[in-house]
Design a protein around this ligand. Structure first.
Ligand code: BES
Ligand code: MN
Ligand code: ZN
Length: 495
């Protein structure tokens, strides 16, 4: 898809040539400065009761008189923010979806001037709307026809808005890569497949990529990760990707990197603590954290920010078998701490803890792990916010800021020591589960025990990485948040 900024004034919108003109109307009344034709159409639609100034309300008009565009979509936005703009654009694209629109022009009336954030939001909204999963579905509809999108703005804004388009294209690519990766079924998206995806990215963008197999993971001493992997015939992989965006003068090793860790359980049956059958298929998405890290590395490869990033992906299946780890088994993690596995379905933390210990060797500036970790997180926050836990206020602040600027919502959660009590074990340094209460927090407390040597944050994306029901599929979250976070770290480094 091609994106550009098209210079035009609000008064000249009716003269724009395109297959569809999307007119985002900001506020609760007809704004001034709209050309006569469009103002007339809007007023008429309101008088007829066909349009209201309410968020995401849409009206599709076909060849309206006096408008050059073949179709006109009127859509209301609650305010002038990038968030409201994105909601409005997404609604308009929904209204246009079954149509053969090749070229689109998007303009706003009312509200403040557009910003780079609006331009980025336009790109991610369009990219989301045209994504179709087809890898294992030959009958999927053909590619959307939408080929060119123009954001209409005054001439003086062309340069800053174009930057937003470029950043949006990188983020959108990362999101699509993550969605595609997570949507592929468990028999396709195996740990080895994730490794080959990482290697391909490495080739395309010049990252160094290391892949460790079962023997090498044993040699490293990742007893906790291996305990999860041992029940499956499918071989595990530990994937390490290195992006070098900056090497400070005089520093042999370069700046301390940001380390991203993604949970890569390519199927979570629960293991011996088998999950119930209903919706178990959705546990193919249990590598959503890994997919989002891969997608983020892709966006980083496109944007080449001046920052160093290491991605760590422990990946395996969680399966029951004669060789599977059992409730009550005690394993030794890479850190030396022992773990009593009381429930084999709490496997995410068991693979992540060893990856967190591995992260120590990079003397990282910050470590952020991303995981579809707990059902309790879905109960707590639903499908809107990802849960954010952190032992470092500055890091938490940067991630919350990234969440806001990326329009990828996250909500800070507590890590009080009182929650740690639940992890006591009579037979090991800790148990791998607490009680039912506060399950998302006790999972984070478990991880925190492996993150004592660096600034660390944990994103539980169990509720946000995919959608269930009729719209079942991966969302690509939180690629946008992570990309914005990494970019913000580059900007800080540059000061
Ligand atoms: N992958 C699941 C978490 C999950 C559940 C994500 C539902 C999305 C939707 C994780 O491995 C898991 O099974 N967690 C258990 C932990 C429990 C045994 C302490 C859970 O949440 O039930
Ligand atoms: Mn599980
Ligand atoms: Zn899991």
């Amino acid at each position: 898809m091609d994106f550009k900024i098209q210079a035009a004034q609000a008064g000249g919108l009716a003269a724009l040539v395109s297959d569809a003109l999307v007119l985002v109307v900001v506020g609760s009344a007809l704004p001034s400065g709209v050309d006569k034709t469009l103002a007339g159409l809007l007023n008429d639609a309101v008088a007829l009761g066909d349009f209201e100034f309410k968020p995401a309300r849409c009206l599709l008009l076909h060849r309206p008189a006096g408008v050059k565009a073949t179709r006109l979509v009127l859509v209301a936005a609650a305010n002038g923010s990038a968030k409201a703009f994105k909601t409005a654009v997404a609604a308009a694209l929904g209204a246009l979806k079954p149509l053969g629109v090749k070229s689109l022009a998007v303009a706003t009336v009312g509200g403040e001037a557009l910003t780079a954030a609006h331009a980025e939001a336009l790109v991610t909204a369009c990219s989301d709307a045209v994504y179709i999963y087809r890898h294992t579905k030959p009958s999927a509809p053909a590619d959307a026809k939408l080929a060119s999108v123009a954001l209409v703005a005054p001439k003086a804004q062309v340069v800053p808005l174009s930057r937003g388009l470029l950043q949006g294209q990188a983020v959108a690519l990362g999101i699509s890569v993550a969605r595609e990766c997570a949507n592929r079924p468990g028999n396709h998206a195996t740990p080895s497949h994730l490794a080959s995806q990482a290697r391909q990215l490495g080739k395309r963008y010049g990252f160094k990529v290391e892949v460790f197999d079962r023997k090498e993971i044993e040699k490293l001493g990742m007893g906790s990760f291996l305990a999860v992997a041992q029940g499956s015939e499918e071989p595990p992989r530990f994937i390490v990707m290195h992006y070098h965006g900056v090497r400070a003068p005089g520093e042999a090793k370069g700046r301390a990197p940001v380390v991203l860790v993604g949970k890569g359980i390519t199927f979570d049956s629960g293991g011996i603590s088998l999950k119930p059958g209903g919706e178990m298929d959705e546990m193919k998405f249990d590598m959503g954290g890994a997919a989002s890290v891969i997608g983020t590395m892709c966006a980083i490869g496109e944007l080449k920010p001046a920052v160093n990033v290491v991605a760590l992906i422990p990946s395996c299946e969680n399966m029951p078998s004669g060789r599977a780890v059992k409730p009550g088994d005690v394993v030794r993690s890479l850190s030396g701490q022992t773990i009593e596995i009381l429930n084999t379905d709490a496997e995410g933390r068991l693979i992540l803890c060893d990856a967190l210990t591995y992260a120590e060797r990079f003397q990282p500036a910050a470590v952020v792990d991303v995981a579809t970790l707990t059902g309790a997180c879905v109960v707590a926050l639903g499908h809107h916010h990802s849960a954010l836990f952190s032992n470092d206020e500055a890091l938490a602040g940067d991630l919350m800021a990234a969440s806001l600027s990326a329009l990828d919502p996250a909500w800070r959660m507590p890590l009080d020591d009182e929650y740690d009590e639940a992890l006591k074990s009579n037979f090991a340094d800790m148990a791998n589960i607490g009680g039912r209460a506060g399950g998302a927090v006790t999972a984070a407390k478990f991880l925190q025990r492996y993150a004592g040597k660096f600034a660390w944050a944990h994103l539980d994306i169990a509720g946000t990485a995919w959608k269930g029901g009729a719209a079942k599929g991966a969302t690509g979250r939180p690629v946008a948040l992570l990309t914005h976070f990494v970019l913000s770290r580059a900007a800080q480094d540059g000061r």
